[in-house]
Ligand binder design. Structure first.
Ligand code: PRX
Length: 566
């Protein structure tokens, strides 16, 4: 097998038009992600090629060819059109990793609506906040998640349709619609809506420090970046069997769990099941997975299970490994070299970037612990936090910043342009992370520059947790901060003051934890609650989370005078 082109070769005279040409896109012409990932691949003669190998935790299996993707996504698109969903309206996907989710995503895009995937473990409050903000018109879900939708539906005047993919009409309420994709007559020809480069495509909600989660607005042109980064960074080739661990409720699961691989006409395997080391290695062995895109928390869990269990399986099919979402510690890279004979390649990016922006390229020497170098066409640096000028000394920490304008950069936060504009300084987009750059141009991640908690690669906004904590009758005030964790890197910890008449107790701690788990999600649930008499505040009464976070990480708090006086 030939070696992939080098980073230097690919960077020389780089232009995104390489991807446009390979995708057959002419600037100004219609471009539709749903069509690009299904009909276009069939037109290239790959109708009968397998697109999706799916298996769930019970061992049920399904296989779909590219022609199945094409006709089934037509069927979804046609169904939504019959429901009078209009182009531009938001259609939420609220499902486990079932085929209906992956194919439904393409169907929504084909009829011009905006796909809004939400993590199926979200509780009713997390769901409500995101559906209300997006004024979502329809939600497609499974019977097992319907109770959460029913609980909030009356407060969502814009939600016209509740569609259930695995139920008969007789088992639903009259205002809910049964739609079983595979049991519906297939639509062979569907007139794909002529979306153009800047037409909205996907709305992913992401957490910030302040306020509730923000809707990151992607456009159809994003496929240009997602296609090329999947090809060059994940090193996807025609005969690959690709496995992405991420759930499409998060950006990795759409950019590289749907769009990237299918735009490349690659076969992908999906396992709709939680973590289990033995099961995961069996899955790799059974499907002969060649490219694996995972995350540091998963790798740490695998490391904990040891090397012996790997040796019980034939994982020799693996050719390329990559990771995203959190710092990939150098121990994990060394372990992977030892047990798989190859390193995990770190990739850094965000919901807002839409595609990988800093990465260890295949073929580039991996410096364990470093994130690698900017993708060709991405201008990245670190800025001095006071002047917002690039730091010109290697090894000195600064704010990770990118020159705006690559194809998959979001075009804004839904209904919150001011929030999006605040991310730009001096003509740079600020990622909200800190790093240093070494003399060879490799980026070394140092930490986030805000209070957002990264637990197992998932961002949790402290404000969302604190707002939900106010729903507990005993809670007067609270601060949610990160606490270090050996597996998940960080977990949520809540500092809480109680209302008069309430006593701190283990029972109360459990009650509060459960409240957050059910209303928000298991990820957002504080793993510890510390009851305190008062929280650190500025003179004007704003809670200063940084003091508490530093306490958890045993770090010096530093100069607080400016914050405390605000
Ligand atoms: O803090 C960085 C961290 O995850 C954030 C982006 O989270 P999200 O928008 O949910 O997207 C996650 C998947 C793309 C970043 O601002 N992060 C992501 N990748 C890395 C990382 N931190 C360290 N190393 C990485 N490779």
């Amino acid at each position: 097998m030939s070696a992939p082109p080098s980073y230097e070769q690919l960077s020389a005279n780089f232009s995104w038009s390489v991807a446009e040409r390979q995708l057959g896109y002419r600037p100004g012409a219609p471009i539709n992600i749903g069509w690009m990932c299904s009909d276009r691949i069939c037109q290239l003669g790959m109708s009968r090629k397998l697109a999706l190998l799916w298996e769930d935790y019970q061992g049920n299996q399904k296989r779909f060819t590219y022609d199945d993707l094409r006709t089934l996504s037509n069927t979804v698109a046609h169904f939504l059109t019959l429901q009078e969903i209009l182009p531009g309206e938001r259609v939420c996907l609220f499902m486990d990793r079932v085929p209906d989710l992956y194919i439904g995503f393409l169907g929504i895009l084909k009829m011009g609506a905006v796909a809004q995937p939400l993590f199926s473990a979200f509780g009713d409050e997390s769901l409500f906040v995101r559906l209300a903000d997006a004024k979502t018109s329809a939600i497609i879900t499974q019977k097992k998640h319907l109770y959460k939708v029913r609980k909030i539906r009356s407060q969502l005047p814009d939600l016209r349709h509740v569609v259930v993919v695995d139920a008969d009409q007789a088992s639903l309420q009259p205002d809910e619609i049964a739609f079983q994709m595979e049991k519906t007559p297939r639509i062979e020809f569907f007139a794909v809506y002529p979306t153009t480069a800047e037409s909205p495509s996907v709305l992913h909600y992401t957490s910030g420090t302040t306020g509730l989660p923000k809707g990151a607005q992607h456009v159809h042109y994003s496929i240009v970046s997602q296609y090329l980064t999947a090809k060059w960074v994940l090193d996807l080739r025609p005969d690959d069997i690709y496995w992405c661990n991420a759930d499409p409720g998060w950006v990795t699961g759409t950019s590289y769990g749907i769009i990237g691989p299918w735009a490349n006409g690659v076969t992908q395997a999906v396992l709709d099941s939680g973590f289990n080391a033995g099961h995961w290695y069996e899955f790799i062995e059974k499907y002969r997975v060649t490219v694996w895109y995972s995350a540091p928390t998963a790798i740490r869990l695998l490391m904990k299970e040891g090397a012996e269990i790997v040796r019980k399986h034939d994982v020799s099919s693996l050719r390329h490994l990559a990771s995203v979402g959190e710092p990939l510690n150098h121990e994990a890279v060394l372990w992977s070299e030892e047990v798989f004979g190859k390193p995990f390649h770190d990739t850094f990016w965000q919901t807002e970037t839409g595609c990988i922006v800093i990465t260890n390229f295949p073929g580039m020497p991996v410096k364990p612990g470093s994130m690698g170098k900017p993708f060709p066409g991405i201008i990245a640096t670190v800025l001095d936090p006071k002047t917002y000028e690039p730091v010109d000394h290697p090894g000195v920490a600064g704010l990770i910043a990118l020159r705006p304008g690559w194809p998959s950069q979001i075009r804004g936060y839904w209904n919150n342009q001011a929030g999006f504009q605040a991310r730009f300084k001096n003509g740079w987009y600020l990622c909200g992370d800190r790093a240093s750059i070494d003399p060879d141009g490799y980026f070394w991640f140092m930490g986030r520059d805000d209070d957002v908690i990264n637990t197992g690669g998932h961002l949790v906004g402290p404000f969302e947790v604190e707002s939900a904590l106010l729903g507990c009758p005993a809670v007067a005030e609270s601060a949610a901060v990160a606490k270090p964790d050996p597996i998940n890197m960080e977990v949520v910890k809540a500092y809480v003051t109680l209302k008069r008449g309430f006593q701190a107790s283990d029972d109360l701690e459990l009650e509060i934890m459960n409240h957050i788990r059910k209303r928000l999600s298991p990820l957002a649930m504080p793993q510890e609650i510390e009851f305190v008499d008062a929280l650190p505040k500025t003179r004007s009464g704003k809670i200063v989370r940084r003091v508490l976070r530093c306490k958890e990480f045993h770090e010096p708090v530093g100069d607080l005078s400016t914050i405390m006086d605000d």
